[in-house]
Structure formats: structure tokens, C-alpha cells
Design a protein. Structure first.
Length: 389
């Protein structure tokens, strides 16, 4: 990436304010790094904790210019300033995404929000309506869509290299909650263990929405019906740590979905297989620079970032020459950088590069929450086939 399209369009970088991501948050630092990697944003303001004193300390610790003690106060103040933030990134516990996204959109900010978009389908639809009414850009950080080889997979499907998609398998298997002691329920549970704050299903909110989004993004088809079991593997746990499901897609394709955080020893195995009439692609997040392509009746091939056969959508997502690994940070940054192009184009009244419009949006968020709700309904109904949405 030699040029900076944001400076070309606006004469400056986008000004970013963040809500959440204070000490102890894994994803806060990822957002801030992703925003800076391609130099399209400058971080100008933030509120990094729900506690005003801790927010001041956390903002000062990362060298923020304008540190605020509460989110709505920050939105009001930044909206008033001539040099106020353009974009607000939300990385707080799930139950606050809805209120902060709507408050930011109503004050004229473009929004980047972590997943799940909200905890309920009704709230997700409200955010979607506000995005439409405001005309602002809304980017949902399903960051796995930003990996070069995920983009290559999507482009190969679109290019017809797999023929018609017929079968999809996705798994997102982690072990982080296999040996973990659950919190003492006599005290206030951490937000993830509280269904009001974390949402109706821990595993589905944490990683199920990522797996569902990845399938839709790569295969270019939607889940119409689901037959699911959602529950827990670790004894006496009150939140969900696994979900398994069969899927029926809108083009007639069939699929399977398997997500858990209770697989002892596994780290972060997000894996996808898409089979069409002409061949199959396979990708795994732990080896992200390799996309396997198995064409019907011909030897298998490996695609790599900027290697032979790279399609334009994947090429723009790779920063360095073939053979130099790129991973989580770069994939996250691709989502941020594409959103920046859409935001700057909107502000400059210019048409964005269509290839920049591959970041997940509010519609993807609504479909993700609809899928979670349908899977839970199906499971409660003994695994019956259940319509999504
Ligand atoms: N994209 C991904 O891969 C990914 C990975 C992890 C988490 N997430 C999402 O990011 C969000 C946060 O998860 P986490 O793991 O960082 O949680 P966390 O509990 O580790 O951190 C949350 C942070 O937000 C701050 N915070 C809470 N309420 C706030 C408020 N009202 N105003 C300002 N700051 C506030 C807390 O002080 C804390 O620093 C969740 O929605 C989660 O689903 C996404």
C-alpha cells in the first residue's frame, strides 16, 4: 500500500475516538493497532472504562490526547469540536453496543463496532435502521474476513472457480474455557457469564457469530434453516460452551457448523471448507497464509498471499511480498482500512473502490444475531429445523 487514499480524499487522516478496550482487554489493543497500521486514522479521543477514574488512568497510559470519563459525554463533546472525531469505534461488552452505536450515529459519526452487533435481533434491526436513516458507514469487526486468503477464497468463489457451491463445513474450536474455573455466582459475574450483558449464548456470541459470518462471506450464500444443539460440555456450567448444527442454505447447499471453547488444548482453530461442483477450498486460521484449492480431477494447489494466482481482492489485502507471513493484526487492519476508504469517500462525495466495500456491515450483524436466535430456538425445540430470521 504505497499511497494513502484517505489523505488523497480528505487532505488528512480520519480522526478516531474509541469506547472500551482498557487494561485487560485483548481486543482494545487490536483495534488501536489496526487503525494505525495503514496510517488512515489518528486516535484522538477515548473512554477506555465504564469507571471515570479508571478511564482517565487508562487513557493517559496510552498517551491519548483527549481522555473522557463517559461515552455519551465524549460523543457530545467531540460532536461540538471543529477538530472532533469523525469515527467512533466501540469495543465494550456486548450489551452496550446498541446504545453507543445509535448515540454515535445520531450525532453524525461513522461507526466501527465489535461483534456481536447487539444481543437481540430487535436491537440489531434498530441499529440497522439508524445506519440507513443516518447514511453513515457502519463497520462490524468480523476481522477474519480481512485475511488475504479469506479474500482470495471469496474471490475464487465469485470467479466461478469452484462451480456452484453445494457443501460448506465451518468449525471454530477453542480450548480457553476447557480448564477454566467458572466465576463464583454469588458475586457479580463477569459480563460474558451474565446473559443480560453477554447475550443469550456465550459461545455463539463470542465465536459462533464469527463462524457464521465467515461462511456467508466466503461462500456468498445465506443460511435459511438451522437444526442445532447449543449447550455446555464442562459440567455444572451455566453458560453455553459448544454448539453444533446442520445448515440449509438459500441456494440449496448443505452445511455443518461446530463451535466450542471447551476443547482442551486447542488454541484458535477456525477452519472452513467450501465445496462446489468444480472443486473445494480449505482454510484454517492457524495457518492463515495457505489456502488449499482442490479442483475436480486435477492435482491440489496451494494459494499464498501475493503468490501465483492471487486475485485483485486478495492482492489489495496483502502488504508485503510473497512468503512473509501476515496474520491477525493485518487482517484486522484490512477491515479498518477498507472502512476508512468508505468513510472518506462518503465525506468527500466520491465513489469508493468497490473492492473496499468488503468489510462486514449492519446487515451482516443482523443476520448474525438472527442466526444465534434461530440456533437457540432450534436447540430448545429438540434440534428441529428452524428458519433464520
Ligand atoms: N473481533 C474479535 O475477534 C473479538 C475478540 C474479543 C472480543 N471481541 C468483542 O469485543 C468486545 C469487548 O470484549 P473484551 O474481550 O475486550 O472484553 P473485556 O471485558 O476484556 O474488556 C472490555 C473493556 O471495555 C471497558 N468498558 C466496559 N464498559 C465500558 C463503557 N461503558 N465505556 C467505556 N469502556 C467500557 C472495560 O473497562 C474493559 O477495558 C465484546 O463485544 C467482544 O465480543 C471481539
Amino acid at each position: 500500500m504505497d499511497s494513502n487514499p484517505i489523505i488523497e480524499l480528505l487532505g488528512r487522516r480520519l480522526r478516531l475516538a474509541v469506547i472500551g478496550g482498557g487494561p485487560g482487554s485483548f481486543i482494545g489493543a487490536m483495534h488501536r493497532t489496526a487503525a494505525r497500521l495503514d496510517d488512515r486514522y489518528e486516535l484522538v479521543a477515548g473512554v477506555l472504562s465504564s469507571d471515570a477514574e479508571r478511564a482517565q488512568a487508562a487513557g493517559a497510559a496510552i498517551g491519548l490526547d483527549r481522555v473522557y470519563g463517559d461515552a455519551v459525554g465524549m460523543l457530545d463533546a467531540e460532536a461540538e469540536r471543529a477538530d472532533g472525531a469523525d469515527v467512533v469505534a466501540i469495543m465494550t461488552p456486548n450489551d452496550s453496543h446498541h446504545a453507543y452505536a445509535i448515540a454515535a450515529l445520531r450525532r453524525g459519526f461513522d461507526v466501527i463496532c465489535d461483534k456481536p452487533i447487539t444481543n437481540t435481533l430487535a436491537e440489531a434491526r434498530e441499529v440497522q435502521s439508524e445506519v440507513e436513516a443516518s447514511g453513515r458507514v457502519f463497520c462490524l469487526t468480523h476481522n477474519y474476513t480481512g485475511y488475504p486468503m479469506v479474500r482470495q477464497a471469496r474471490a475464487m468463489v465469485e470467479d466461478g472457480q469452484l462451480g456452484t457451491v453445494q457443501l460448506v463445513q465451518v468449525e471454530y474450536v477453542q480450548g480457553g474455557k476447557a480448564g477454566e474455573r467458572d466465576p463464583d455466582l454469588d458475586g457479580a459475574p463477569p459480563w460474558r457469564y451474565d446473559p443480560v450483558r453477554g447475550g443469550p449464548s456465550l459461545v455463539m456470541g463470542d465465536i459462533g457469530t464469527h463462524a457464521h459470518n465467515l461462511v456467508r462471506y466466503v461462500a456468498g450464500i445465506d443460511v435459511d434453516e438451522v437444526a442445532a444443539e447449543v449447550g455446555h460440555i464442562v459440567a455444572n456450567r451455566l453458560v453455553d460452551d459448544y454448539a453444533g448444527a446442520m445448515l440449509r442454505f438459500d441456494n440449496g447447499a448443505r452445511g455443518s457448523f461446530w463451535v466450542t471453547q471447551a476443547a482442551a488444548g486447542v488454541e484458535n482453530c477456525l477452519r472452513l471448507r467450501v465445496s462446489g461442483t468444480e472443486g473445494t477450498i480449505e482454510w484454517m486460521q492457524e495457518t492463515p497464509t495457505q489456502l488449499t484449492f482442490k479442483p475436480l480431477g486435477a492435482p491440489g494447489q496451494i494459494r499464498t498471499p501475493n503468490g501465483p494466482g492471487t486475485l485483485p481482492l486478495a492482492a489489495r489485502a496483502s502488504r508485503i511480498v510473497a512468503g512473509h507471513p501476515e496474520g491477525f493484526h493485518e487482517g484486522f487492519a484490512n477491515v479498518y482500512s477498507d472502512a476508512a476508504e468508505a468513510i472518506a469517500s462518503r465525506r468527500a462525495g466520491a465513489a469508493p473502490d468497490p473492492l473496499a466495500l468488503h468489510f462486514p456491515n449492519a446487515d451482516d450483524g443482523v443476520r448474525g444475531v438472527a442466526f444465534v436466535e434461530a440456533a437457540i430456538r432450534s436447540s430448545a425445540d429438540g434440534g428441529a429445523w428452524t428458519r433464520v430470521g
